[in-house]
Design a protein around this ligand. Structure first.
Ligand SMILES: [Zn+2]
Length: 152
């Protein structure tokens, strides 16, 4: 399941990447958005009520305003998988997959306190951004478990 999100869903696009969904965040016009969705076989997520209809493209119009509610909405509509053990495998900035890097290779490239405290590091295969899930993973886990724990 791959997504393309219209411009008002920037926060959600970041979180879908954290959840390891291939997510394209699109800021252009609707026609170009539709074309990209068609080319890549992506599901369009939008909040625009007046969005175009296109028989070959799956479009999901989200009703919720808050991020957590939007994720919950998607989980119900599309059976989104939330795997708290597999977060941060995709770059939140550019959507490319991340690779594990040896701790010694990030010395000097991350703040010293991070280097000293964290064991796991990942690097984006495209933009080179370095990630260390650490506390982010705990926070994300807490956040997402709110969705997991109530099956409404
Ligand atoms: Zn990147």
């Amino acid at each position: 399941m791959k997504f393309i999100l219209s411009s008002e869903l920037g926060k959600l696009s970041k979180w879908l990447r954290i959840l390891n969904y291939d997510t394209y965040y699109f800021k252009g016009r609707d026609r170009a958005l539709a074309l990209k969705a068609l080319q890549d076989g992506r599901i369009i997520l939008t909040k625009k009520k007046d969005v175009f209809k296109e028989p070959d493209i799956k479009i999901v119009v989200l009703n919720q305003e808050k991020l957590l509610e939007q994720i919950r909405e998607l989980k119900n509509l599309l059976d989104l998988t939330i795997d708290i053990d597999n977060l941060f495998l995709r770059c939140t900035r550019c959507n490319a997959e991340t690779v594990v890097v040896d701790k010694k290779n990030v010395k000097g490239k991350v703040p010293l306190y991070v280097y000293q405290k964290q064991k796991e590091f990942y690097r984006c295969s495209l933009c080179g951004k370095i990630f260390w899930p650490g506390t982010h993973r705990d926070l994300a886990g807490d956040y997402l478990s709110k969705i997991e724990n109530d099956n409404c």
